[in-house]
Each structure stands twice: as C-alpha cells, then as structure tokens.
Design a protein around this ligand. Structure first.
Ligand code: ZN
Ligand code: ZN
Length: 370
C-alpha cells in the first residue's frame, strides 16, 4: 500500500473551490503539508497548487531526491542566484493566478514582505489550516504508519521497564529508550522524550535531567517513536518504582478514571470540548482541578501536535478517522505528577484505543534493580 498523493491534492483543490477566500491558487510552505501532499521529505521547498497547476519549487540540492520521491510532479528548480520568492513570482505569473493564498501559519512577516515584492500580478491572501484540516482524518496507509510508530514505542519502553536501576538517571533512561526504539525499527523518537523522577514529573514538559530512579517512587515517561515515513506516536506512562503514598495512589486512580471516561465518550459528532469536560470534571470533583492545566488531547501524525485540539475552548467535533491522544494529568508542584496518555482512533461508532500498554495502578509497579 502506498499513499495516494494525487487524491490528497484533489481534496485540497475541492477545498479551495469551496473556501470563502476565493483563491485560485495556494502556496504551501509548511514542511509537513508539502510532505503530505507530495511525499517529498526534504525542506526549503514549496508546493504551488491551483485548479490546473501543481508545481514543486525547490533548489539544486534536491534535484535527484525529487526525481526519486516525486517522479510524477512538475518541479521548478531555482538557480543559486535567485530566491524561492523569485521562483514563486515566476511560477504564479505563468499560471495566471489572480488570488493566491499563502499559509499564514508557516510564513514569517519577513517572508511575506519579500513574497509580496515578487508577486506583482496576483493578490496574496492569508489562509490558515487548509491542509491541516485534511490531515486531521487519516487514511488507511497513514493508520498503518501510526500503528507501527506505536508498536516501536511500546516495544522500546518494554526494554526500559525491565532494566530500571536505582542509580539510573533520567537522561540515561532517555538514551536507552531511544536506542531501544531504533533497534526495533523506528527511524527515531517522535519528539524529545520526557523522563521525570518525582518533582521533575510534576513539570508537564520537563527535560530529562540528572535525577536518579531511586530518589522517588514516581517515574513519568512521555515518549513516542517515528517511522521512516515520518509518522509518530505519543504515549505517557507513570511507573511506581518504590512504595507509593495513599496520595499517589489516589491521584493515579483519578487520572486513569478521567482518561477512561473521556475515551468512552469519543464518537463521531461528539464535541471535543465536551469530552475534555468529562475528564476535567472528574479531576475537579476529586479536588485536583487546579493541578490539571493543559488540554486533554491533540491530533498527531506527521507532526507530534496537530489539529484537532481537545480542550475546553475547542469548537470542533470528532470525526471518524481522526487519531488523537487522551492525556489527562495532575501535577503537584514540587512533589510528583501523573499523566496517562494513549493514542485513540475515532471509528464509525466510537473509538479504538491503538496503544495497549498496561495502565491499571497495580500493573505499573516496576521492580528496580540495585
Ligand atoms: Zn506525550
Ligand atoms: Zn501528547
């Protein structure tokens, strides 16, 4: 099975026709968006798509790679004396587009300035999220990639779990985890893994540091793998490596109950904000509301954080084919934090939890080697 880039571009053209912005072409400069629409894995390259044109704008470094990765695509290569803005000006003039969208989320003010100088015969129009919206719903090929990324991550953590030592530091665990995932076939990590012992686990986005496993019974690891095709996974588990307090048990069980209740509520048509509210309400009623400050989940795929966002302010609804994380957390400043994160596929009649690592409190006790 291979991805159908042509079908993705057809969908985008349909979206362009429907969009209220009335653009007749779009410059796609977001790296992941270009990859999604063409399969090109390099950078510094843009795609220009109109109802009749589809051209990849790149430079000489990528000529061979482009012929290999996108053999069916029209490619324009700029020479070393010109910029990508110069090339965009030429391509758009040739296409006779009159209103050209650009991706405001992936264009700096400076880039927009130079682009407007080069595009003289068309009006530039800011657009947002057109390709990201298409990327929310995954096709079958993407789901196989995501499943593989989850598999690498789960096998990798198995190695860490079975070899925890009391003197091991957070950083050592991070490196071991990355090496293990690669040894099972991952291209790399999905993002810099978060490994936190005790007080470090109370920082939702902590970097792995020098704390040692034996310092505290709570060990939080937030990690994921990436595939050669660029797809990622995103998981979090808390391991209990010593004797937990009653408070730790209560927090853990509350977070897990919140996650499970939220997952139960996911189905096509359910509001993202309502699902967030279910988890948040449960944590609030347990008295930990002020310790849960982030959104409940997010889409992921070619990037680790993608649309759709599952948060109190989201105005979106779930659709079949979306893949999101469910990751409630409670962070006790200076003490410890618990977050449990799984990867969920929205199905026609509910959801499927794609990640299947043990998550019950009794199952996350891990003996540590001396
Ligand atoms: Zn995560
Ligand atoms: Zn996440």
């Amino acid at each position: 099975m291979t991805p159908n880039y042509q079908a993705r571009r057809t969908k985008l053209r349909r979206a362009l026709k429907k969009a209220e912005l009335k653009v007749d072409g779009l410059i796609i400069s977001g790296l992941a968006n270009v990859r999604y629409l063409t399969g090109f894995t390099g950078d510094s390259s843009w795609l220009f798509l109109s109802l009749t044109n589809c051209v990849l704008l790149s430079d000489t470094r990528y000529e061979t790679q482009l012929a290999d990765e996108c053999p069916d695509l029209d490619v324009e290569i700029r020479d070393s004396g010109s910029t990508i803005n110069d090339l965009a000006g030429k391509v758009i003039a040739k296409a006779r587009s009159k209103r050209v969208g650009f991706e405001a989320d992936h264009t700096t003010v400076a880039q927009h300035g130079s682009l407007s100088e080069k595009i003289t015969q068309a009006t530039l129009v800011a657009t947002s999220g057109l390709v990201e919206l298409l990327r929310e719903v995954k096709d079958q090929w993407e789901l196989t990639q995501i499943r593989a990324a989850i598999e690498y991550a789960q096998r990798g953590i198995g190695v860490v779990r079975s070899s925890l030592r009391s003197d091991q530091t957070e950083t050592e665990i991070r490196y071991l985890l990355e090496a293990a995932m690669r040894s099972f076939g991952a291209a790399g990590t999905g993002f810099e893994p978060i490994v936190g012992v005790g007080p470090t686990s109370a920082l939702p986005h902590a970097h792995a540091g020098t704390r040692r496993v034996a310092e505290h019974p709570v060990l939080l690891i937030d990690w994921g793998a990436s595939t050669d095709s660029g797809y990622r996974s995103d998981l979090t588990r808390v391991f209990i490596t010593g004797k937990p307090t009653k408070q730790m048990e209560l927090v853990y069980k509350t977070v897990l109950a919140a996650q499970q209740a939220a997952i139960q509520a996911i189905r096509p048509g359910a509001k993202c904000a309502d699902v967030d509210k279910i988890a948040r309400g449960l944590i609030e009623r347990a008295g930990f509301g002020k310790y849960f400050g982030h959104g409940l989940g997010h889409g992921f795929g070619l990037e680790i954080h993608e649309s759709v966002r599952v948060s109190p302010i989201s105005e979106r609804k779930f659709e079949a084919g979306m893949v999101v994380t469910m990751e409630p957390g409670v962070y006790w400043p200076g003490k410890f934090g618990v977050r449990i994160e799984d990867d969920i596929l929205v199905t026609d009649d509910g959801s499927e939890v794609l990640s299947n690592l043990e998550r019950e409190f009794e199952q996350v006790f891990v003996p540590i080697l001396a």
